[in-house]
Design a protein around this ligand. Structure first.
Ligand SMILES: *Cc1c(COP(=O)(O)O)cnc(C)c1O
Length: 486
């Protein structure tokens, strides 16, 4: 089917062309999926860059078929596939199908969630999901007894933006204090987006105080208490404490109850970064791991991690709706002060904004929260099983027990010095990428390189994950024998 220029517009008159184009795309992707043989093809950046750079954007192909063929060569053939059991690198999940169905409506209808008059029901679907998440956190709704101003929040592009907005609203509570006197406390294993937020907000790099962790890699509350006391003794102001509920490397969940109490005693904003662990809000077996989260002033939840949603889907949720005013600005043409309808732009750092909430909505309406929570529980169980087997390998060292669904480990042959071990593990990781059968991440502990499995695929089996560890070991042994022979 050849498309005339007019056929490219989404319009009832072109419904046939629309359906045909999308069906062609689904067929193309289905065929492609049948050919995927591993998480990557090991394509190096030079090659990937050249394929794309050679395309002349001023010479359109005119037809869907050839454009999709080209797309396969430039992108799909070498894409990284998160549904492959050999993929265990970063916090990427296979996505649920109801969310993909939602994507069709999100992009085709193309609502913008900034104002009611650009979205109507969409505004209320987003608000209902925020209320639902807030309730699972344990926040009181607006209007509850003794709670004139209850919980609120907004969908964002990701945990980084959610954390930035949370730090921004904490900063707003201390608007009377000079920026250079403000301090944010986060554990040494907290996410770098907190440092970034401090920079973007003009607080400076010195504003972030990194607090040591205990042997379970959780923020040490005693160390936090003395850091808070030192801050006050120095005439500085503890603006916020960021607890991480699921650190990116270890899945460690800070002790939310004791830390919440310290925040109350020291007048600091209490933010919980649950970008990773937030999926526990849907768990029927492990919700208690988040006990104390209800003490937070703000919470980051990434639905595009442990809720199995496509990128982007995240939210920042606050205990008290009035604190959202920090990003409110009234424009006469969009959201005047006397507007008679609710405008989500009043709470968002963005203006035009995708209806990402619909993905979570259709997932909840079709699958229900328990099934999403079960997926997360399944990968947490998987990490535990893999850990218990891997600790028995003589040439594998495990850094810590998994808090959620990651496992930090390294190949460590007998007699190798720490520098050699670091170098070897770096080479193992890139050899795995080049071979394309499996992918792991890397991190550093005390300057040394470790490997990391991040397990977010509920369909992966223990055997499949152990095969990744076996590939790490055989690759390491192979690299050593080549070096020994040289
Ligand atoms: C992933 C992550 C973030 C950042 O979230 P994005 O969605 O990638 O922006 C923040 N905090 C923690 C603990 C994370 O794991």
């Amino acid at each position: 089917m050849s498309l005339t220029p007019a056929h490219h517009l989404f319009h009832p008159a072109h419904a046939d062309a629309w359906a045909h184009t999308l069906t062609t795309g689904i067929d193309h992707l289905t065929q492609h999926l049948g050919k995927v043989r591993g998480p990557s093809t090991g394509t190096p950046p030079e090659l990937a860059a050249k394929l794309v750079a050679d395309v002349d954007l001023d010479s359109p192909l005119g037809e869907v078929g050839p454009a999709l063929e080209e797309l396969s060569r430039l992108y799909l053939d070498d894409a990284i596939w998160f549904h492959e059991p050999g993929y265990a690198a970063h916090l990427n999940c296979p996505v649920v199908i109801p969310a993909l169905l939602a994507e069709l409506f999100i992009s085709s209808v193309n609502s913008s969630l900034d104002t009611f008059d650009q979205s109507v029901g969409g505004t209320f679907i987003e608000r209902h999901l925020i209320d639902w998440t807030a309730e699972r956190i344990g926040f009181a709704p607006t209007g509850a007894p003794g709670q004139p101003l209850g919980a609120d929040g907004i969908f964002t592009s990701g945990g980084t933006q959610s954390n930035l907005q949370a730090m921004h609203l904490a900063r707003d509570q201390f608007a009377h204090v000079a920026p250079k006197r403000l301090r944010i406390f986060v554990s040494v294993d907290g996410h770098f987006s907190i440092q970034k937020a401090a920079r973007i907000l003009g607080l400076g790099d010195a504003a972030v105080v990194c607090v040591p962790v205990d042997e379970q890699r959780r923020m040490d509350p005693l160390a936090l208490e003395s850091a808070l006391e030192r801050c006050l003794a120095d005439g500085l102001v503890p603006m916020a404490v960021v607890s991480t509920a699921g650190t990116t490397d270890f899945g460690a969940i800070d002790q939310l109850g004791p830390i919440g109490a310290l925040c109350r005693d020291h007048g600091a904003w209490f933010h919980v970064d649950a970008a990773y662990g937030g999926g526990l809000l849907a768990s029927t077996r492990r919700r208690h791991l988040l006990d104390g989260i209800e003490l937070a002033d703000s919470v980051t939840v990434d639905y595009h991690k442990t809720w199995f949603q496509p990128v982007s889907a995240s939210a920042v949720i606050v205990r008290d709706t009035s604190t959202m005013r920090h990003v409110t600005w009234h424009a006469d043409y969009l959201n005047p002060k006397d507007a008679e309808h609710p405008n989500q732009v009043d709470k968002s750092m963005q203006t035009t904004r995708r209806f990402d909430a619909l993905k979570l909505w259709l997932s909840l309406r079709i699958m229900g929260p328990d099934q999403i929570g079960d997926y997360f529980d399944t990968v947490i169980d998987l990490a535990r099983e893999v850990h218990d087997l891997v600790v028995q390998c003589r040439d594998i060292e495990v850094a810590a027990e998994p808090g959620l669904s990651t496992l930090v480990f390294r190949y460590r042959p007998a007699g190798a010095c720490p520098e050699e071990v670091s170098r070897l593990n770096t080479r193992i990781r890139s050899a795995l990428y080049s071979a394309g059968r499996s992918m792991v991440a890397a991190t550093r502990i005390d300057g040394q390189v470790w490997l990391k499995l991040t397990l977010l695929n509920p369909m992966a089996t223990t055997e499949q994950i152990l095969a990744i560890v076996d590939e790490v070991r055989s690759t390491g042994a192979g690299l050593l024998s080549v070096e020994g022979a040289a």
